[in-house]
Design a binder for this molecule. Structure first.
Ligand code: ZN
Length: 219
């Protein structure tokens, strides 16, 4: 767990780490790979602040709970309180862009899905959201056309572009704010492109957001 967000150069953002609101199924190719149906409205779930860990610290996979999958995602830092926001207000409230892993206990999630139960134990456990430092918003001039890539041990596992999102970044944040008030320091994860798969001890990861690369490793 970390208590404050940081910029890329290591300087603090003076925003506390809050909740993480995530969307399921926002990239068509990922929906297809898991044989899921296309949702009529965004599927939202929340990871608590205790899920957030720095991406550059060794990732600890939960033991004895089946496969733990990587999902690389664009992470958006909320800088202002948002409640029932419109799209423009949502855009102006963004304090930074980064990347995150939405770690998912896939075997457990599949069991929960079958039973029609909530996903929290598969998605919201401690350390389930390794998170990078943030770029200033103007350092990512085209957030809705940004390349997103994950390499594991040198092999490209996930590759996409934020253009492929079904619900765009600003629209998604506005929509979330009609259900949950977003507070300064909250983070929104915007969904994952295809290529999700299991992580193993010792894996070396490189996450890319356009030209920016972030390294991580599994303990
Ligand atoms: Zn995800």
């Amino acid at each position: 767990m970390i208590d404050q967000h940081h910029y890329l150069d290591g300087s603090p953002l003076h925003l506390p780490v809050g909740k993480v609101v995530c969307i399921g199924r926002n990239y068509l190719d990922h929906i297809r790979e898991l044989n899921n149906s296309i949702p009529e409205t965004p599927i939202l779930f929340i990871k608590p602040a205790t899920a957030v860990v720095p991406l550059d610290q060794p990732i600890h996979l939960p033991l004895g709970r089946g496969a733990c999958h990587h999902e690389v995602e664009l992470a958006v830092l909320v800088g202002q309180r948002l409640q029932n926001a419109d799209i423009e207000t949502a855009r102006q409230a963004i304090a930074g862009y980064g990347v995150a892993l939405d770690l998912t206990l896939r075997d457990l999630q599949n069991e929960l899905k079958k039973k029609g139960h909530p996903w929290e134990t598969a998605k919201a456990f401690d350390g389930s959201c390794p998170l990078s430092p943030f770029l200033q918003p103007d350092a990512l001039p085209h957030p809705q056309a940004a390349d997103l890539r994950l390499r594991v041990n040198g092999e490209i596992r996930q590759q996409g572009n934020t253009q492929q999102m079904m619900v765009g970044i600003f629209e998604l944040i506005a929509y979330i704010s009609t259900h949950f008030t977003l507070q300064p320091g909250d983070v929104v994860l915007t969904g994952t492109p295809a290529g999700v798969g299991p992580l193993a001890s010792g894996d070396v990861l490189v996450l890319n957001l356009d030209k920016h690369a972030f390294s991580a490793r599994v303990a």
